[in-house]
Write a protein that binds this ligand. Structure first.
Ligand SMILES: [Zn+2]
Length: 102
């Protein structure tokens, strides 16, 4: 035992690259597994983020289409000069107060 460990120590001191080889292989494999799990977790996180971004974009888009009221000066809305409400550009009269839209 003492001779072997002595030889290993000698090998380590002679070849610095051997230090990595002398490391407990089981430990390395465990570390490897950990790294792989982290990688998977990161990948999962990435996928989640992508999905969230996609969802946000979809919500943004549908918000643009459905939320004409919040978009002042949009080509699809007409601002009533009397009550300042926004109306669909197709309307000739204000939906809210009946004022004629220009
Ligand atoms: Zn109006």
């Amino acid at each position: 035992m003492g001779l072997i460990s002595g030889l290993i120590k000698a090998a380590i001191s002679v070849v610095p690259a051997a230090i990595g080889v002398q490391k407990d292989i089981a430990e390395l494999e465990m570390e490897d597994e950990k790294l792989q799990q982290q990688e998977q977790a990161r990948e999962h996180e990435k996928q989640m983020m992508k999905a969230q971004i996609k969802l946000a974009k979809i919500q943004q888009k549908s918000g643009k289409n459905a939320g004409n009221k919040s978009q002042v000066g949009s080509a699809k809305t007409r601002l009533c000069t009397q009550c300042n409400s926004e109306n669909d550009s197709e309307y000739n009269y204000c939906f809210w107060c009946g004022n004629k839209l220009k």
